[in-house]
Design a binder for this molecule. Structure first.
Ligand code: HEM
Length: 282
């Protein structure tokens, strides 16, 4: 792994995470790590799912990513074979109030619901010693990848107002009840969902504003051509069941579901003290 880190171009960071299949029998594997199950509506392509090791290369310049990936392939080709790969980008990437924001192919800005400080991100994402995990896993994190294809042609037929009611926020992040973007809306004052529909994305993803889901999201847009575009959803958490899985379960009821198809991804574990996830958040 050190040789691979040494392959990074200046300005690029490399994160590693391990799939359940990486671990030999008898090794104390992180308690919740397994192959990602199918969720309602998923159509997982085996050729784009799971894997022993996830290598996540991020940089501000595409050339730095390309060169780093080439070097990693050259350094390690005798040790592993490439099962799948996907390229993504973060259009209009910027940091506001400590949060990294980017525009997705649905024309919405994402990232507002993430923690505003690095400390809060670590608290949501890193495993602590009271979690009944193997000692070596404390300080690590579970990473979930979902390759989610968007029906952008269908979506683009809807008016902006309709799209905003499906997401539950305005395209620029503002709340539908007029609450400023950096404050919490009062969903309790809208019990029937007249302003922010009950089946909107944000209302189902984070219904309790004082107790947000314990995940840190970081997604990239992809475009493979032939109308195959969407996001590479990635999130980090200390507990898979309470983090991604609880949120994904609630999202089964969302009105956005009919525009989405998850075709790949997997569950991985970022070992502690690696240069892992925190660098790839930049
Ligand atoms: C293609 C699929 C998705 C799209 C287009 C999408 C889009 C968005 C947008 C525009 C927001 C509002 C801005 C923000 O806080 O980032 C948001 C928030 C959020 N999303 Fe998603 N998302 C997708 C998938 C998911 C998935 C798979 C999960 C987790 C299972 C998820 C969890 C969340 C959470 C927790 C929030 C924060 C809600 C809040 O604090 O109000 N999203 N998403």
């Amino acid at each position: 792994m050190n040789r691979v880190h040494a392959s990074a171009e200046p300005g690029a960071s490399v994160g590693f995470a391990l799939g359940a299949a990486f671990f030999a029998p008898g090794v104390m594997i992180p308690r919740q790590l397994r192959a990602m199950p199918h969720f309602a509506g998923d159509l997982l392509e085996p050729a784009m799912s799971h894997g022993d090791v996830l290598v996540h290369v991020a940089a501000n310049k595409p050339a730095a990513v390309r060169k780093t990936v080439e070097r990693i392939r050259n350094t390690s080709s005798s040790h592993w074979t490439n099962r799948w790969h996907i390229s993504g980008s973060r259009p209009a990437n910027r940091v506001e109030g400590g949060r990294s924001l980017a525009r997705n192919p649905f024309h919405f800005t994402e990232g507002f619901g993430n923690p505003g400080t690095e400390r809060e991100s670590l608290d949501r994402a890193l495993i602590t010693s009271d979690q009944n995990e193997p000692q070596w896993a404390v300080g690590g994190s579970y990473q979930v990848i979902r390759i989610i294809r968007f029906a952008t042609d269908l979506w683009d037929k809807d008016s902006v107002k309709e799209q905003e009611r499906i997401v539950g926020r305005q395209r620029d992040g503002g709340w539908l009840d007029g609450t400023p973007v950096d404050e919490q809306p009062n969903f309790g004052a809208d019990p029937e969902g007249r302003l922010t529909p009950l089946d909107s994305h944000v209302r189902l993803a984070a219904p309790d504003r004082r107790n947000p889901p314990s995940i840190v999201r970081r997604s990239y847009s992809y475009d493979k051509g032939n109308e195959d575009k969407g996001i590479i959803f990635s999130c980090f958490q200390r507990d898979l069941a309470q983090g991604f899985e609880a949120t994904q379960k609630r999202l089964e009821e969302e009105s956005m579901a009919k525009y989405l198809l998850t075709t790949g991804g997997g569950y991985f574990f970022v070992p502690p003290h690696g240069d892992g996830w925190i660098n790839t958040l930049n």
